[in-house]
Design a protein around this ligand. Sequence first.
Ligand code: URA
Length: 218
Amino acid sequence: MTDASSPTLPDSVTVIRHPLVQHKLTLMRQKQTSTGEFRRLAREISLLMAYELTRDLPLEDVAIETPLEPMQAPRLAGKKLCIVSILRAGDGIMEGMLDLVPSARVGHIGLYRDPETLVPVEYYLKLPDDVSERLVIVVDPMLATGHSAAAALSRLKQAGAGQLRFACLLAAPQGVSVLTEAHPDVPVFTCSIDRELDSHAYIRPGLGDAGDRLYGTK
Ligand code: URA
């Protein structure tokens, strides 16, 4: 399995190795994990991912008063957050991030692959008006071919987003290459880089179809 120790992994890619994240990911991969459990794990793991993704947010000191005395205390400074979910499976990740950052704004982007050209086509886009002033975290559980993620980031840049991060549960090596070559400026966070993408564009060993497992569809 490729991982952060691979010499080919770009600096912009972080594999989140926290033991709780890895444990929950293993439970999500298991085929016997029920829909309800899978959804709960997705929420928990994405909360932990949000913790890593926001590790470097700037702080500023402000004057407050505790019940005992005044003090200078740190609070978040600068850009506010926006989480953009790539429909539909991104919603399963977005929910957990909102548990940690409830004031974040939310955007959605929907893309489908044109069966003839295989090019991602946008069918839905809704973003907050001030997206250009926010740190935008784009979420999709599976970075498979990388084409949808790259198209989503291009569209968000076109809409004015200036500071972007991408978060997924699992990535295929090919998806990482496509995304980081198209957007070398965008930090990518994943919990694992799996062995390969198969001929049906499934990540192997993977966890199956993330949308189907989240929503109990087939
Ligand atoms: N999307 C999924 O849900 N699973 C994969 O393995 C690849 C893309």
